[in-house]
Design a protein around this ligand. Structure first.
Ligand code: SIN
Length: 563
């Protein structure tokens, strides 16, 4: 397989210089921009509008110890248990300790979290894997939208500059006086609102913060919105950085099932619904989680997703592609507590107060990504990664529910504050010898195939046969990528115009290939990576996998011990 080392685009015609450029506009990116803004010039680059990413869609909320009967150690223990041996305990403790502060910070910025019924204290709910009620929420199940609104208004109010409909193509690298390589900016494809290329430019900066989210759209069925296409992970690979533990794709157990042909973003049915006592049943009316885990329906989500997948494979009652979530014990209270889910149910003619909701697992969260500290620092000077795009050691092999918005605010704020204090030295861009237009792009007509391959062969349950089929199929799709240059030399060569769609498609193929390469290498089941040919975790696999993109466009996978 040979994957492109650059995203094809014509030469740059404009330039802009700032202290800090932030790529992405969800909770992590905006927290960073807001924290750095008082003393630095900062530009947020988003390929769409500010709220197009995953933050806006988060239902559950933010996890943090606010109840006096709960403790930091409880939250640490739950996070480590969900992470299945691959979390970094020190980093988890740092995050969990800062979590309550980050929630109070959002409240000071104006976030309205739901109060307890009839009271003034903040209401705390529970989700899978949590031993205590510790999740704050807003508007019932509109928690992410409130966080996005709060940060949008705060960042704009603070004078953060935003470049919308601007696709971050590739990092620009320089070399410091000490000979060390450094990120010094980013090449941008400015598009119109339909994603058609308008111009290419260069933004130079002393620090580049990648906060571009995960890669749920690599799969045919996902809870993630259309913009979540793995752009940051693919960009890091092209810059020669390793990406870590990308095989740990978390499948949310309960995404609304709207029929066998439904593809793209599907409505989430929050884990908080099970937190309120809802129960999973199979097509024959038997409970799915009984006897599977001591926490039953509130087991960590990797356990629930795997149990549902196994049960669907048995096709009880002839139903092999979904199960049912019964929240009817809540009655009419469901409508008020979960307004977005109620709306999604009504769209398919159901009332969750009286009907069971058809659900199935779907791609939800990337536990791996660009290896970074909780302060965003990466192995490349001048480059920082925060939020879902990063792998900080908080999530290990499986993220604990509602730790992600918390991590985004903590890590984003921390990187912003650090960069306000100190920036790397300014370094000129290294002269680039290759022409980006020489690199190939994915024909968007083949994107559906990539996603179908990933959902069919690299879903909740995997094995060598399914993964090698996926690798073969992706390899042949990569082989058929098109040329961006009109040389006229070969008549039947596929031509692909640089545009948001073709850049996203190329990123999706790149990330899908990295996920498959890592998933094939990890010969065990751990957290949200489940292999039916290696059904148990194995002590010798208490290791991390790093995938890199070599100069010839091939992917290399190496492992290192978990310390
Ligand atoms: C949910 O509400 O179930 C999703 C929360 C999360 O993914 O953390």
């Amino acid at each position: 397989m040979s994957l492109p080392r650059r995203l094809a685009a014509p030469p740059a015609t404009w330039e802009r210089d700032v202290d800090v450029v932030v790529l992405g506009s969800g909770a992590a990116g905006l927290s960073a921009a807001l924290a750095v803004r008082p003393v630095r010039s900062v530009l947020v680059v988003t390929k769409d509008i500010l709220s197009a990413g995953s933050t806006q869609w988060a239902q559950g909320g933010l996890a943090g110890v606010l109840d006096p009967s709960d403790t930091i150690e409880n939250h640490v223990r739950d996070t480590l248990e969900a992470g299945a041996g691959l979390c970094d305990e020190d980093v988890v403790r740092e995050l969990v300790t800062e979590a309550p502060k980050s929630i109070r910070y959002l409240m000071r910025l104006g976030a309205a979290f739901d109060p307890e019924q009839g009271g003034t204290d903040i209401a705390l709910t529970r989700e899978g894997g949590h031993s205590h009620n510790r999740i704050v929420h807003s508007g019932g199940d509109r928690s992410g939208a409130e966080v996005q609104r709060t940060l949008d208004e705060s960042a704009i109010g603070a004078g953060v500059d935003v470049l919308g409909h601007a696709f971050a193509l590739d990092l620009l690298l320089g070399t410091g006086a000490d000979g060390e390589r450094q990120a010094v900016g980013v090449r941008i494809g400015k598009t119109d609102e339909h994603g058609v290329l308008v111009s290419v430019g260069v933004v130079t900066a002393r620090a580049v913060v990648i906060a571009s989210g995960g890669y749920g759209q690599v799969f045919a069925s996902t809870s993630n919105p259309p913009a979540v296409t793995g752009d940051g992970v693919a960009m890091a690979l092209r810059a020669g950085l390793p990406v870590t533990d990308v095989e740990f794709v978390q499948f949310h157990p309960t995404v609304m099932w709207r029929g066998p042909d439904a593809v793209g973003q599907q409505a989430l049915v929050s884990e908080a619904v099970r937190g309120e006592g809802a129960i999973l049943y199979d097509g024959a009316g038997d409970r799915v989680m009984l006897g599977v885990h001591p926490l039953e329906d509130l087991a960590p989500r990797d356990v629930v997703a795997a149990a549902i997948s196994r049960r669907m494979a048995e096709a009880p009652g002839g139903v092999d592609d979904h199960v049912y979530l019964d929240a009817t014990h809540m009655g009419e209270r469901f409508h008020e507590r979960f307004p977005s889910i109620t709306e999604a149910c009504r769209e398919i003619g159901l009332d969750p107060a009286i009907d069971r909701i058809p659900v199935a697992p779907a791609a939800h969260y990337a536990c791996g990504g660009i290896r970074a500290g909780l302060d965003g620092s990466t192995s490349l000077r001048g480059l920082y990664a925060v939020g879902e795009v990063s792998a900080t050691g908080v999530h290990g092999a499986n993220r604990l529910a509602s730790n992600s918005l918390t991590e985004s605010v903590v890590a984003g704020t921390r990187v912003g504050r650090d960069l306000a204090w100190e920036l790397p030295d300014r370094v000129p861009i290294d002269i680039e010898i290759d022409d980006p237009m020489d690199h190939r792009l994915l024909d968007p007509a083949r994107l559906r195939e990539v996603r179908a391959v990933m959902s069919r062969h690299v879903g909740v349950l995997r094995d060598e046969m399914s993964l090698s089929s996926a690798a073969g199929a992706l390899g042949s799709i990569a082989h058929g990528m098109g040329s961006a240059k009109r040389t006229g030399a070969i008549d039947d060569e596929v031509r692909v115009e640089p545009s948001r769609r073709t850049w996203e498609g190329t990123n999706i193929l790149t990330v899908a290939s990295a996920v498959v390469a890592a998933a094939r290498t990890r010969h065990e089941s751990r957290g949200c990576h489940r292999r039916s040919d290696f059904p148990e975790p194995r002590a010798e696999w208490l290791r991390h996998l790093d995938v890199t993109l070599a100069a010839d466009g091939a992917l290399d996978v190496s492992d290192r011990p978990h310390t």
